[in-house]
Design a protein around this ligand. Structure first.
Ligand SMILES: Cc1cc2nc3c(=O)[nH]c(=O)nc-3n(C[C@H](O)[C@H](O)[C@H](O)COP(=O)(O)OP(=O)(O)OC[C@H]3O[C@@H](n4cnc5c(N)ncnc54)[C@H](O)[C@@H]3O)c2cc1C
Length: 316
């Protein structure tokens, strides 16, 4: 079922959803089930599976020469989505990136996703690969998520890259990313919301936000989007803080602030378990406020661990 239909049929009740990463290459599908199994009793409406670009590794070979190797550490997005739908009968949402794909390869991927029976796709640009500073699209690929949304919408209308082909069309519901604290490359939040609206006009039906730890950032963002005429559901993405290290890692990696009140509590904590509990309590409080605000879905970023998410859901 489409995410937008899940939301429309929920009668205003806040749904929950989960986002997981494919396991590292070499691990097996059981590790995915171990992450998802404990959450099933809380009835997630859908489960997203992230997609990961290739990385370049330079290995020293003979005579000090370096050999460039291309490695993909977390393959398997589509296979995991298929396994989730098959095992749990829950809608799985594959993330699809611009990066690393020509438009032709994107079209082939969309045909596979359509044939496999997926109703939803999260359309993203992707970040620069680790060894590069700026995102570079594949030659002949989509440059922005906006272009990818446009390509998916075209296929929904039965239009393919070869103009002579007109098909019956796919029927994907398209999700996109939004940034309450602004995307790192955007010169201003206004500019970021301007392009967010373009993605909506190109056919996106719902937004999932980057994580935030201060609900006022999300609420202000929703108000700004509504003022700009963006009317589609804006699903808050949230993540429980779990370790002291994340105080620095999360702002660096995701360009979001951590409120000082939370920082002070974590710094005072006497053990790793105490930090984990603080993260859980903070996330419970955030979730309760967001439910009261009337969010359509609480989308939990799991980072391959769900014991803290289950603790939060039990308290909710
Ligand atoms: C919920 C969520 C899930 C994610 N899942 C993944 C994942 O699975 N895999 C992964 O690699 N990454 C993922 N990301 C990260 C995402 O790929 C990065 O944040 C990436 O840098 C931007 O992706 P985007 O789709 O928001 O890009 P875009 O919407 O293309 O925006 C990128 C930047 O360009 C600007 N911009 C947009 N359109 C235009 C235009 N036409 N002209 C000029 N500027 C423009 C925007 O303001 C923004 O600053 C996720 C992010 C979120 C919030």
């Amino acid at each position: 079922m489409k995410i937008i239909d899940h939301i429309n049929k929920s009668n205003g009740k806040t749904l929950i959803s989960l986002e997981i990463l494919p396991p590292l290459k070499g691990e097996n599908i059981k590790s995915v089930y171990e992450i998802i199994d404990p959450v099933i009793e809380f009835n997630p409406a859908f489960i997203d599976v992230t997609s990961h670009r290739e990385e370049f590794e330079y290995k020293e070979v003979k005579d000090g020469l370096l050999e460039k190797r291309v490695i993909k550490r977390r393959p398997g997005t589509v296979g995991i989505c298929a396994a989730i739908q098959n095992r749990y009968k829950i809608d799985a949402v594959p993330h699809l990136l611009c990066g690393g794909f020509t438009k032709g390869e994107t079209e082939d991927a969309l045909i596979d996703l359509d044939f496999l029976g997926f109703d939803n796709i999260m359309a993203l640009r992707g970040d620069a690969i680790k060894s590069e500073v700026y995102f570079t699209p594949e030659s002949g690929g989509n440059e922005y998520a906006l272009d990818l949304v446009g390509q998916i919408s075209a296929m929904n209308r039965g239009e393919y890259l070869e103009e002579s082909i007109h098909g019956s069309g796919s029927n994907f519901c398209i999700g996109i990313a939004g940034y309450p604290e602004k995307h790192i490359e955007a010169p201003s939040i206004e500019s970021d919301i301007h392009f967010l609206k373009k993605k909506v006009e190109a056919g996106a039906e719902y937004i999932v936000t980057q994580m935030f730890f201060d609900n006022s950032k999300y609420i202000d963002f929703v108000k700004m989007c509504r003022a700009e005429g963006i009317t589609i559901p804006i699903i808050p993405g949230i993540k429980p803080l779990a370790t002291v290290k994340q105080l620095n890692q999360i702002p660096q990696r995701f360009k979001v602030d951590i409120p000082d009140e939370l920082v002070r509590e974590v710094v005072k904590a006497k053990s790793a378990e105490a930090v984990r509990q603080i993260g859980i309590e903070w996330c419970v409080k955030q979730s309760q406020e967001l439910i009261a605000f009337g969010v359509p879905v609480l989308h939990f970023f799991s980072n391959s661990k769900t014991s803290n998410i289950c603790a939060i859901l039990s308290k909710l």
